[in-house]
Design a protein around this ligand. Sequence first.
Ligand code: NAD
Length: 715
Amino acid sequence: MSGFNYEKDADGIVTVTMDMAGPVNSMSEEFLPLLEDTAGKLEAEEGLTGVVLTSAKKTFFAGGDLNMLCQVTPDTAEQFFQGVEATKAVMRRLEKLPVPVAAAINGAALGGGLELALACNHRVVWNDRSVQLGFPEVTLGLLPGGGGVVKAIYLMGLMASNEYLLEGKRVAPAKALESGLIDATVDTLEELVPAAKSWIMANREDEAAMTQPWDTKGYKIPGGNANTPAVAQMLPAAAAMLQQKTRGLLPAPAKILDIAVAAMRVDFETAMRIESRGLTYLALTPQAKNMINTFFFQMNQINGGASRPADVEPQKTRKVGVLGAGMMGQGIAYVSAMAGIEVILKDISQEAAEKGKAYTEKLVAKRVQRGRMTEEKAQAVLGLITPTASSEDLQGCDLIIEAVFENIKLKHQITEEMEGYLAEGGVWGSNTSTLPITRLAEASRDASNFIGIHFFSPVDKMPLVEIIMGENTGDVALAKAFDYALQIKKTPIVVNDSLGFFTSRTFGTFLDEGVRLLSEGMHPVKIDNLGKAIGMPVGPLQVYDEVSLELSRKAQETWEEMGIDTSGRDNAAVSSVVSTMIGEHGRGGRYHGGGFYEYGEDGSRKIWPPLLDIYYQPEVNIPDQDAKDRMLFRQVIEALRCLEEGVLRTVADGNIGSIMGIGAPVWTGGLIQFVNTYGLERFIARCDELAEAYGERFKAPANVGAKLAEGALFT
Ligand code: NAD
C-alpha cells in the first residue's frame, strides 16, 4: 500500500518508510496529510526511543510539486503561503519530538527532499553515485522555502552556503559531509538503516543530539552572524557581485541573499516566515514560471523522447565513423568514446587523425589528474578510438558523422565514396553548420538515411545537438540520431531543414540587429553592453568578432553560388558593414587579426579606434530600452517564424534549443516562452511600435495573433 509505512522495532525505534503513490516521494497533495498523521502517531507513541525516516523509492524524496507552484496567482498567493507554513509546521513537530530523529538517505535528496532531511537531527547517507544532495530551486527561479535557506545558513554559514543556495549545486555525499550538510555516510545500502539506528541507540539519552542547532541556546552560525565584522563587511560586496552576475535579471538569487542575511539577524521562527513569503513572492514572478516551464517540464518532454518517432525501436550506436579530425571531429570522437562507443576517426593523413585523437588524450589525462577518472578507465576510453587515414576501416560503422571542411563538393564526394562502408541500415550524419541537408543528401544513394547532426563548439562542453531532417530523411535515421545524442549525454532538438536551421538562423538576427545599431550610429561599446543587459552572454559585436566576419561572408557567398535564395534574410545593412570592414579595412574578426575590436597579446580587448570614425554618431539617440528590445525581439520573432514555417516542430525544441544552443537569456525560459509571460497582446503592441520606428522586420508573426484569438499560449 502506498503512503508512509510505520514500523516499530524491539528497541522502540520507529522506522517511517516513505512510499508514496507514483514513481517518487514528493510534496504532492498527499504529502501533508501523511506527514501530519505520522507526526501525530509519533507524538502519541508510547516507549518511543527514536525515529528513522527513509524511503522505499530509488530516490529519498524528490521535492516540491512544480505543477502546483506554476499555478500560483496573486489571488491564490495567500493560500499558497499558508500551505508552505503548514508544511513547515509539521516538519517542526518532527524536530520537537523528545527523541532523536535520523534520516537514512538512500537516494537523491534535492530541494524539498533535503529540507525534509534537515528536519531530522541526524543525516546518514548511502555513499553511492546515484545519490545527490542540494537545493536546485534557484535554477528554476525559486528558493528552498521549506526551511532550506535558513537552515543552510545555520549549518554552514553564509560563505559555504553560497554554492548550494545561489548556484543550486548538487553534490555527492562526500562533499555534503565536508560542508556539514549531513553527518555520516555508509558504503552499502544494507548498512544505512542500521547505522541510523545505532546513532539513535548511542544518543537516546543525549538532549543535545535531539535538539536542532537553531533550537540550541548559544549556538553560533559558522563564520558568524550578520553583526560579525567579517560578515558585515562582506555583505555589501556580496550584493553587488550578485547584481553584476545576474545583471538584475533574476529575482531568485537576490531574494535568497536577502533571506540568508535575515536568517543571521532575526530569530529562527521569524526567518522561517520571511522565507515562506520569499518563496510565495518568487512563485509569482514570470521568471520562475518561465524557468519551471522550460527547464523542468519541457526538458523532461525532450529527454523523454517527445520528438522521437515512438514506433521505431531503440537505435543504439555501437561503432561510429567520424570523418574529419579537426576542431569538431575530435570533440565528437571524445564524447562518443566517453559514452563507450567505438570510434573510427578518419582524416586525410594518419598524422592528422592522430592529432585528433590527442585531443581525447589531453582531456582524459586532465580528468585522471583531477581524480575524476581512473587511469584504467582513461585507457579504456582511448582504446575505443582508432585514428586512421584509410576508408576501409569504416567498414561496419552503424553511424558515420562527417565533419570535414564546409564545402558542398567535398561533402558530396565523401558521401559518394564512403557511404558504402556503412553497416546494413546504417545512418549518415552531417555536422554542417550552413549547408542545407536536403542538398547534401543529393549525393546519397538513400536520402532517407541521411540526416543533419549539428554539434556546437566546444563539443565536449556544449549540451545541445540540433538534429536536422532533410526533405527525405526517414524516421529510423531520426531515431538513430536522437538516441545517439542521448547516448552521448546531450540534449537533442529536432528541426526541419532551413537556411541556418533553427539555432544559427535565430542567433543570426541578434548579430544582425547589433550591426544595424552600429550602422545607425550607436556607440559600439553601448551596443555590446545593452546586448549583455538583456541577458545574452556576450554582446553582438564581440560575438561577430569571435565567429568571424569572414565566415559570415563566406556563408553568404556559398549560398549565392548554390543558387539559394537568401532575400528573406533582409541583411543589406549587415552586408554593407561586413564588406566595409573586410573589403576596405581587412578587419575579418579576432582570428584574422581583429575586427570591431583590437586584441592585445595579453588578451586585452578594446574598440578598434577607426570604428568610431566610420560609424559612431554622437547625436543619434536610440533609447536604451528600444535597443535592448530590438536585440531580443528580433530573436523572438525569428523563433516564432521558425515555428510558423514548421522549421521548429515543437515549442519545447525552440525554448531548449535557444537557451542551450545560442545562450538565449535564461530568465525568458527560451525565446518562445518569453511571449507567454510577456503577454501576447502586449507583445504584438510592442512589435507594432518597433515596426513603426525601425522597420517591418519587427511585425509580430501571425501565429501570435492566432494564439491570442484562441486564448491560448505557446506550449
Ligand atoms: P576543421 O577545419 O577544424 O576540420 C576539418 C577537418 O576535416 C580537417 O582536419 C581536415 O583535414 C579534414 N578533412 C578534409 N577533407 C577530408 C577528407 N576528404 N577526409 C577526411 N577528413 C578530411 O573544421 P571544423 O571547424 O571542425 O568544422 C567541420 C565541420 O563542422 C564543418 O562542416 C563546419 O561547418 C561544421 N561545424 C563547425 C562548427 C565550429 O564552430 N567550428 C560548429 C558546428 C559545425
